[in-house]
Design a protein. Structure first.
Length: 292
């Protein structure tokens, strides 16, 4: 799930306003966009690449495609998702939010059968600073993203952007940003992203930006205890009322699971340094001890 220069990317919904804008941003940054999909515009060119009726047609014509980025409305997400999965594309960046729950379940089930890795739904995307990006993160803004050795995992695109901005302001940079998304049913969990960064040779420190609700951080704690790289976490929602849904669809606290205290205890037990505010992350990057 760490995007590289050689990865070939297909944009589903490339001819729409957002699809076209972000495709041009991705291309200018260095992402290798090889084609797009819009059933009504097949045979045309958009952003300098061919437009196909389906992802299957794109793979048949262009050969292997490594990533699909989905700029489609919720009502079209199931059709687009199954199309990309059944075409053999290995990774999907599902930006769409508010996809019907049953459709999300069908997409995940198909992905498991075909071996496709989903990032999202409701993700802001992934960034490898100085290399490539896929999604809607401002990778092209040098005040937010610079090449470095800090890997960032975030459920929130906006909060992830703030943390990346702070990291650059502190004179450091990122090895990769992985936006796992805010949907209740995610294809990439916190643990998945942390383990990917642990394997990444560019990453020396992993920053986890979590939020109340769900149990991903608690469930990831066991895997995190095996990680050799230093880890820092911030959990948003510390002062939110108990039992109240906050922000993302997945941010629902159920009794003792998903609360701020539960997540903090689990992370600290796994050896993660948990800070109280986003601004403390950069200070922690300077002071936390490196692993022996």
């Amino acid at each position: 799930m760490i995007l590289e220069k050689h990865h070939r990317v297909l944009v589903q919904g490339i001819t729409g306003k957002q699809g076209r804008f972000w495709t041009e941003c991705m291309q200018n940054y260095g992402t290798q966009v090889v084609g797009g999909v819009n059933p009504k515009r097949a045979g045309e060119q958009c952003c300098g690449v061919p437009v196909f009726a389906t992802a299957k047609d794109a793979v048949s014509e262009l050969g292997q495609i490594d990533y699909s980025v989905m700029f489609v409305p919720p009502s079209g997400a199931l059709t687009a998702g199954l199309d990309a999965i059944e075409s053999g594309i290995g990774h999907m960046v599902v930006l769409t939010e508010h996809i019907p729950v049953h459709d999300v379940m069908r997409i995940h089930a198909a992905a498991r059968r075909h071996g496709t890795h989903i990032i999202g739904p409701n993700t802001a995307g992934i960034v490898t600073p100085g290399v490539a990006f896929a999604g809607i993160m401002p990778a092209f803004n040098p005040r937010v993203f610079q090449p470095g050795d800090v890997g960032v995992v975030s459920r929130s695109g906006s909060l992830g952007t703030l943390v990346c901005l702070d990291i650059v302001n502190a004179g450091q940079g990122q090895s990769a940003f992985i936006g796992i998304g805010g949907d209740p049913m995610l294809g990439t969990t916190t643990a998945d992203a942390v383990l990917a960064l642990d394997r990444d040779p560019r990453t020396r420190t992993i920053v986890i930006v979590g939020e109340i609700g769900g149990s991903m951080e608690e469930e990831a704690a066991q895997a995190m205890s095996q990680v050799q790289k230093r880890m820092i976490a911030f959990i948003t929602g510390r002062a939110s009322p108990p039992g109240k849904k906050m922000g993302h669809a997945g941010a629902i606290v159920m009794k003792n699971r998903g609360s701020y205290d539960s997540k903090r205890r689990a992370l600290e037990d796994a050896g993660v340094l948990v800070v109280d505010t986003p601004g403390e992350i950069t200070a922690a990057l300077e002071t936390v001890a490196r692993p022996s």
